[in-house]
Design a protein around this ligand. Structure first.
Ligand SMILES: Cc1cc2nc3c(=O)[nH]c(=O)nc-3n(C[C@H](O)[C@H](O)[C@H](O)COP(=O)(O)O)c2cc1C
Length: 369
């Protein structure tokens, strides 16, 4: 139970030999205090959607291609004019300090040492912009906002994110309150440390507060005007995160969104939502290339990245596996997770006969339904 007690986050820093990210989760469970581990790995309700995020990938197959004249597949790509060495970035995630004492600064350092990817910084980070910046050491970053009910606060937060060097803003729109996180409720989970970025609009620092309490103090009525406000005020490209329906993708684009982020928040919000991957193809069809698409929720293997790109995503975001790597090996563990995904994707690309990310995107998956 993580309830107003001292929280002993893991401290080890080491490279990891990763068999699979599923193994990584089992190993992380052994070193992270129960309240923190359940918060990280759990979903909402019966966790049906959480499971479905994984199972959804079973409904499409990748045809192994032969005589394809492929060697050393190339994973480089770009999004919104930003060059990437791999088609995956870090998803915005709160409270990395539950996984490791180095908090978000550890994750940032791990990503920077990998190079060529992007760190998404959550508004609910347990570290300050300055601490994360030190880890990032000039690496690209995007900032994910949970809005305050107060417009001046939102302007202050956007000013700070911009000053910190964020090159895009992610508006998370699917978390206007917390999903029914039964594991957290039974653990009576409260954050063991504060949230410096949003503490300005909370009644406390965030420490010893529940997620429900924190969400309730954030803005709950989110509408297209919020997208316009963020875009106009910050002057930065805006992604709307949490899109699961084609209509909402079009609504976001109509409000000026520069990108659509397909996600069900890792099965942590509305349980009985479909697996995120099941929603991707129809959304991509509706978006029809007007803006780039980021996909997340359930990415655990190179095959998942491949299938998401072949179904219309431009890049994907990795969530929980990075936290598990952080827990087991600090910043070096994070770099190991990124390298794992890079190598795994290259293996899949080779066996699927695809030399470049463009080839992956042009691949026709086999419908197994
Ligand atoms: C522990 C945890 C905290 C999260 N915190 C945030 C957050 O602060 N902001 C946000 O937009 N999404 C948050 N998410 C959702 C992630 O951005 C992403 O959508 C999710 O992790 C994808 O699912 P996966 O990790 O199972 O692949 C969080 C997810 C987890 C697991």
């Amino acid at each position: 139970m993580t309830n107003k007690m001292e929280y002993n986050a893991p401290t080890e820093v080491k490279e990891l030999e990763i068999i699979s990210t599923y193994h990584l989760e089992e190993e992380a469970k052994k070193v992270v205090p129960k309240g923190g581990f359940d918060y990280m790995s759990g979903g909402s309700g019966k966790e049906w959607t959480l499971k479905r995020n994984d199972e959804a990938f079973f409904h499409k197959g990748i045809c192994p291609r032969v005589l394809a004249n492929v060697e050393f597949p190339e994973t480089k790509t770009s999004i919104l004019g930003q060059e990437l060495s791999v088609p995956f970035i870090m998803a915005p995630i709160s409270a990395h300090g539950l996984a490791h004492e180095s908090k978000e600064a550890g994750t940032a350092k791990g990503i920077a040492e990998f190079g060529g990817s992007i760190m998404s910084i959550s508004a609910y980070s347990g570290a300050t912009f300055e601490e994360i910046d030190e880890g990032l050491n000039g690496n690209n970053r995007w900032f994910q906002i949970y809005m305050s009910k107060d417009e001046t606060m939102n302007k202050n937060i956007l000013d700070e994110a911009k000053k910190d060097g964020a090159s895009a803003i992610i508006l998370t729109a699917d978390a206007t309150l917390s999903g029914n996180r039964e594991r957290d409720l039974s653990n009576k989970f409260v954050y063991p440390f504060g949230m410096p970025i949003v503490s300005r609009y909370l009644t406390g620092s965030g420490k010893n507060m529940s997620l429900n309490n924190i969400y309730a103090q954030s803005k709950q009525k989110i509408e297209p005007d919020d997208v316009r406000f963020i875009k106009d005020y910050s002057g930065l490209p805006v992604f709307v995160k949490g899109i699961q329906c084609p209509e909402d993708a079009l609504l976001a684009i109509g409000a000026g969104a520069d990108g659509v982020w397909v996600s069900n928040h890792g099965g942590r919000q509305l349980d009985h939502a479909p697996g995120s991957f099941e929603t991707l193809e129809s959304i991509a069809k509706a978006v029809a290339g007007k803006v780039p698409i980021v996909f997340d929720s359930g990415i655990r293997r190179g095959e998942h990245i491949f299938k998401a790109l072949a179904s219309g995503a431009d890049i994907v975001a990795i969530g929980r596996p990075v936290l598990f790597g952080l827990a087991l090996g600090g910043h070096k563990g994070v770099t190991s997770v990124f390298k794992y995904f890079e190598n795994d994707l290259k293996r899949v690309m080779q066996l699927a006969g695809t030399q470049t990310i463009k080839d992956v995107k042009n691949t026709q998956l086999i419908d197994l339904k």
